[in-house]
Design a protein around this ligand. Sequence first.
Ligand code: PEP
Ligand code: MN
Length: 339
Amino acid sequence: MVIVMKPGTSQAKIRALVARLEKDHGVKVGITNGVDCSILGLVGDTTHIDMDKLSMNEDVERVMRVQEPYKKANRKFHPEDTVVDVNGVKVGGGTFAVIAGPCSVESEEQIVEVARDVMASGASMLRGGAFKPRTSPYSFQGMGTPGLDLLLEAKAATGLPIVTELMSPKYCELFENEVDLVQIGARNMQNFDLLKEAGKMSKPILLKRGLSNTYEEWIMSAEYIMAAGNENVILCERGVRTFETYTRNTLDLSAIPAIRRMSHLPIIVDPSHAAGMYWMVEPLAMAAAAVGADGIMVEVHNDPPHAKCDGQQSLTPESFQHLMDQIKPLVSLVGKTLA
Ligand code: PEP
Ligand code: MN
């Protein structure tokens, strides 16, 4: 962190500020006295220093961070890729994980049938929402806890680890016992209480990018989970809001190389929620693999026209099989192996 002092600030005031910074924050401060002003260079852990408070000091001209505000998620302090183990399925570090399943769990027949189909096509995990974050309170809100039981039945039938969304801290204990990969949805990316509770869980977390959040805000949310004790976080790019209305969201493929540089955490892509249209899912999934994603999460339904949620963007089991046939050679081409 660098602090530029206002011209004419006395050396006594500068020394007092330096002493306070060193005492309160345990940093070392180097002072450079220029012709007009002095510049303070802070070395050490500055994550706890409030830049805005410092800027309010009447002798301070400007405060600048030279380091990112995230530590645990930062690639600089952890150069190797993190590999997250989801009940035996490795995500990151050279594997390509495919999570597939319906938007929401609707019935035993539906979830077990889809689970069997996606497993036969090579999926490594089963997704399905039991608690659904819907824009309208009048839309299907998910089956709730009976939906989790059905996911467990599908897991028993196929052996696939299950991925489902946690919307409230009150279900942490239940998810801790029953879910293999705990999803935090786009709408809850900055629900800090939820992130802190997820950080106390022993299960890995799938953190989706918020509807309009920057890379840094997204990584800071991962940092919340990690700072609370859970370092097994997988990031998921799912499209962001832009001026374009043709697609449901705009898939930000730049996020993959950017996040890879900023963080060591694995990153996967959800082309279904990005596109919002079934016919765009396969090409976007291919693009995700090509740009270096560690996997994809795809919505698959056995009867999309009658799906209770997101049928328009769901693949049939047949079109999912087609996607897998197309993506497998691409995954090898980029030097990864299917998880
Ligand atoms: C989902 O994956 O079921 C979902 C609701 O996605 P998002 O949070 O990305 O909108
Ligand atoms: Mn959905």
